[in-house]
Design a protein around this ligand. Structure first.
Ligand code: SF4
Length: 241
């Protein structure tokens, strides 16, 4: 059913393109990526710095966005990926878009905005939630960010959304740091023992030469608590967007 109330809402989007998902449990699927502008964090490994700028890109209303997506959908289309930046800074726009255009959807979020994620639980099919480490320097108050990420995961699990967590590790990352976060998720949120935790080695992979033993150590320690998968950014290996 169409909800005409939302057709005038606009959001700034830095890029819309079709490619292959190169991260997480939907790796290899063909998606249309909608990269929203603006982010509330400042991670030191951020690979989309332009999208962090809230003024970058163009404004879209939901009808124009739908037309643009339709223009580039391919026969192998799996889903749209709402990414950024931080897409949940535009949660009301996304809610209106998905209420009017029912498309299979992956939401890629930093998990820092639980009240915004709660607006979309009936509308998204998959959620990729990034967990930030203190060494990512995403915010000044890491404990507060971690608590918000836990709250977001709890909301998604309670609502039965197909969710996975993603954690970027660097050669300097300590296995105990990842393991203690995995333990908190399992201990503080019911029904998370099979929750996928995608450990994503930072790009470029050359930085890992001679250091990949660390990835096995991280997997073993975090695997005591969650369902760990170690997956690098495949789209970068394929030189895709
Ligand atoms: S949350 Fe994502 S978009 Fe925002 S700064 Fe971190 S890596 Fe970049």
């Amino acid at each position: 059913m169409q909800n005409n109330g939302g057709f005038n809402i606009k959001a700034r989007i830095s890029k819309i393109f079709s490619s292959i998902q190169g991260e997480g449990i939907l790796i290899g699927t063909r998606q249309v990526f909608v990269r929203f502008s603006g982010c509330n964090l400042n991670c030191n490994y951020c690979d989309t710095p332009l999208s962090r700028d809230p003024d970058y890109g163009n404004e879209f209303d939901i009808k124009t966005l739908h037309e643009k997506i339709n223009d580039i959908i391919t026969p192998d289309f799996h889903s749209i990926s709402l990414t950024g930046g931080e897409p949940l800074l535009h949660a009301d726009f996304i809610k209106n878009f998905l209420e009017n255009y029912n498309l299979p959807t992956l939401l890629e979020t930093n998990g820092s905005l639980p009240s915004e994620i709660a607006k979309l639980t009936e509308l998204v099919d998959y959620v990729s939630l990034d967990i930030k480490l203190p060494e990512h320097e995403a915010v000044s108050d890491w404990d507060d960010l971690m608590n918000k990420e836990l709250e977001s995961i709890k909301i998604l699990i309670e609502e039965g959304i197909n969710t996975y967590c993603k954690l970027v590790v660097q050669p300097s990352t300590q296995a105990v740091t990842v393991s203690s976060i995995a333990a908190r998720i399992k201990d503080e949120i019911p029904n998370t023992s099979r929750l996928p935790l995608v450990v994503q080695p930072s790009s470029p992979l050359d930085l890992w030469a001679g250091k990949t033993q660390k990835l096995l150590e991280i997997s073993e320690k975090a695997g005591e608590h969650l369902n760990v998968l170690t997956i690098p950014q495949v789209h970068k290996l394929l030189k895709l967007k």
